[in-house]
Structures are given as C-alpha cells and as structure tokens.
Design a protein around this ligand. Structure first.
Ligand code: NAD
Ligand code: UD1
Length: 337
C-alpha cells in the first residue's frame, strides 16, 4: 500500500515509517519540521535500506496537501502531525486548536477530495481524563481533559467519528496511546524534546547524561503503592507496530474502531527510576516536589481489545524501554543536533 504519514519525521512517526518500510509499504511523509529535523529522513532510509518521499508541508496548507495528493495516489493516511506540549497548550490554546483541529479538518477535506477515506489517528489516554475505571478499557467513558492539548485530541476523535458516520466510505481507527518511551534499538532514532523535557523518561535520560542535576518527582502522596504517579509505559517500537496492525484492519474496511495501545502494566515514577538505573548502570538523583497541576494518580490500559481484534500485543518490557532510551541518549547526548 501507499501510505501518507503526516508528522512522519517526529518521534512516533519516524519509528512507524521504519516499520512500514520494513514490510514493503510505499511511504510519503509530510511534516512542517516544527518539532523534527530533516536528517531523520536519511537515518530512516539508512536503517531500512529503503527510500521514501518527503515534503516539507503543513497540514493547514490545502494547496500544499493537494500537490502531494495529486502526485501520489495514497491508500491510507497515518496522521501524527500535531502539537503536543501540555503546558504550552494552556498558555496558547488557539495555537493548539488551530494546528491540531483546523489542521486535521483541512487534511480530512483534502484526503476526501482525493478519494482517500482511510485514516489512522494518534489519540491519547488523556481523553479518559481522570479515568472512571482502572484498568482502562475502550468502553470507559471519556472524561474532562485538564488542558487544551487533551481537548484537541478528544474533539478530534469526535470530528473523525462524525466524518465516518456521515460517510460510510471512511475507515477510521482511533489509537489511544498510553505513555510512549524507548527508542529504536539501533540507538540512531529517539525522542528529541526541545528545551526542558516535560515528560518523565526524557527528563531521566537528561539527568543520566549530566544535562540536568536531578529529577523532580511530582508528588509522593498519591493513592498508589509508593505514593508516586503510576503510568502504562509502552516501547515506541511496539507502538509503531500497532499502526501496522491498524492498517490491516483498515484494508478490511473496519469502519470506525477505537483501540488502547498500552502494555496493561502500570509503573510508578520511582519504579521507572529503579528500572532505569538497572538498565543503564547510572544513578538518578531525585527530589520529591509538589504535585504537578492536572496530573492524575493512576493510568493504565486494558489492552485486551487490541490483542483480540488486531492481533497486537506489546512485546517489550520496562527494562528494554529504559535500555533503549538510554542507548539513544548516551549515543546522542544532544539528540539530533
Ligand atoms: P512529535 O512532535 O515528535 O511529532 C509530531 C510531528 O508533527 C513533528 O515532526 C512536527 O514537526 C509535525 N507537525 C506538527 N504540526 C504540524 C503541522 N501543522 N503540519 C505538519 N507537520 C506538523 O510528537 P510524537 O511524540 O511523535 O507524537 C505524534 C502524535 O502522537 C501527536 O499527534 C501526539 O499528540 C500524539 N501522541 C503522542 C504521545 C506522546 O507521549 N509522545 C502520547 C499520545 C499521543
Ligand atoms: C503527559 C500529559 C499527557 C500526554 C502525555 C504524553 C500532563 C498533565 N499530561 O502525561 O496529556 O498525553 O504526557 O505526552 O502533562 N513526572 C515526574 N517528574 C517529571 C516528569 C513527570 O515526577 O519531571 C511524573 C508525572 O507526575 C507522572 C509520570 O511522571 O506521574 C509520567 O509523566 P509524563 O511523562 O509527563 O506523562 P503523563 O503525565 O502521563
């Protein structure tokens, strides 16, 4: 198949492009490079030994999208492009709604005009808000998001569902990611956040490499076994493979489907620190800090539906996630710079 990957030079997108190329799909990537580097294309091509087409294009640019879609008859779109910094979304909500929502609406119109009505969308466990049940199944009601980033995902799920309900030619797979970490086992691709990392694993790896003095642990008075927040971390390569399975579902005209992509196992902040120390051999100094606004105590998935219906199951455990995050960071202390 020929797949359009938006945001395909970013963290999850690039790992997914590797998996797509590895099994012989043709890939066309568009990315506006707002949070990625052009050299990722060369690295992906080097790792896979295959080429793909890349266009520096913004999903809000209809003319640009039309040019790409005129040049390539694509069978499906895997849509990663979006802004994802939670704190920034609180300060600049319109930037997020414009980029993520207006951008996606524009993309859907362009795809439809070119008769490509198949899309896999990067959603997030954040749509469950403070989850009504643990482990979280897809049946769990969506909740109140605590920030505009989260709302953009929740609203886009609605927009995509309405699009499919109005036109049954669409196949839409909503993938709700839990907490992606890890990196390609080659150590050549990984997460490369700008500035001070917001998320746990990139913060830990920057402490390990000596860029930051110590980790701040946001709260140790949650109702969890050791008081720190519990999350369902998932290796980015497992996550990438989930998209391949979603593509199989799309090619069988699945209609509208929603899947959690997680491991089903939660780890606390302190457990992640311990596992990272074991995998890297590096000690991570930390300090207990106040809770971070908007955080919840516990979030982990019930991934049974993806296993049953897509035949997908995460293979890597927390050790491999920590090992590969460290392998990437230690080989590339300044990320892709
Ligand atoms: P990322 O920032 O590394 O990748 C997103 C890519 O999209 C970047 O390369 C960026 O340059 C590009 N982009 C952004 N706006 C664009 C636009 N208007 N036009 C074209 N390209 C644009 O992020 P990621 O971690 O790879 O996340 C990919 C997707 O998965 C995002 O939609 C994100 O919200 C979602 N997601 C991520 C996580 C996570 O923890 N990383 C969790 C749940 C969901
Ligand atoms: C965050 C976002 C969520 C987004 C997800 C993936 C918030 C409130 N939520 O989720 O919308 O989908 O990232 O991008 O920002 N922690 C520390 N110290 C740190 C960083 C994190 O103790 O320096 C703790 C957090 O309190 C949490 C856990 O580590 O308990 C994981 O945090 P993080 O990696 O930011 O992910 P989420 O909070 O799950």
């Amino acid at each position: 198949m020929k797949i359009l990957v938006t945001g395909g030079l970013g963290y999850i997108g690039s790992h997914t492009v590797v998996e797509l190329l590895n099994i012989g799909h043709e890939v066309v990537v568009i990315d506006n490079l707002s949070n990625s580097k052009p050299k990722v294309k060369d690295i992906v091509e080097d790792i896979t030994g295959r080429k793909f087409d890349f266009y520096e294009c913004d999903i809000r640019d209809r003319e640009g999208l039309d040019k790409v879609l005129d040049a390539h008859k694509v069978d499906c779109c895997i849509h990663f492009a979006g802004l994802k910094a939670v704190g920034e979304s609180v300060r600049e909500p319109l930037k997020y709604y414009e980029n993520n929502i207006a951008g996606t609406v524009n993309l859907l119109k362009a795809l439809s005009a070119h008769n490509c009505k198949n899309i896999i969308f990067s959603s997030s466990a954040t749509v469950y808000g403070d989850p009504a049940e643990i482990p979280i199944t897809e049946e769990c009601p969506k909740g109140q998001c605590t920030n505009p980033y989260g709302w953009s995902k929740s609203m886009l799920e609605q927009i995509l569902s309405d699009t499919r309900n109005a036109d049954k030619e669409w196949n839409v797979v909503l993938l709700r990611y839990f907490n992606p970490i890890g990196a390609h086992p080659s150590g050549r691709m990984g997460e490369d956040p700008n500035g001070i990392p917001n998320n746990l694993m990139p913060y830990i790896t920057q402490v390990a490499i000596g860029k930051r003095e110590k980790l701040g642990v946001f709260g140790n008075d949650y109702d969890t076994p050791d008081g720190t927040g519990v999350r369902d971390y998932i290796h980015v390569v497992d996550l990438a493979k989930g998209h391949i399975k979603a593509l199989d579902a799309i090619s069988k005209n699945c209609g509208l489907e929603v899947y959690n992509l997680g491991t089903g196992r939660g780890y606390s902040v302190l457990e992640v620190v311990q596992n990272f120390e074991k995998a890297s051999g590096v000690k991570i100094p930390y300090e207990i800090m106040p809770r971070r606004a908007g955080d919840i105590a516990t979030c982990y998935s019930d991934p049974a539906k993806a296993e049953e219906k897509l035949g997908w199951k995460a293979e890597f455990g927390i050790f491999e996630m920590c090992r590969d995050s460290w392998n990437w960071q230690s080989k590339n202390p300044n990320g892709y710079e």
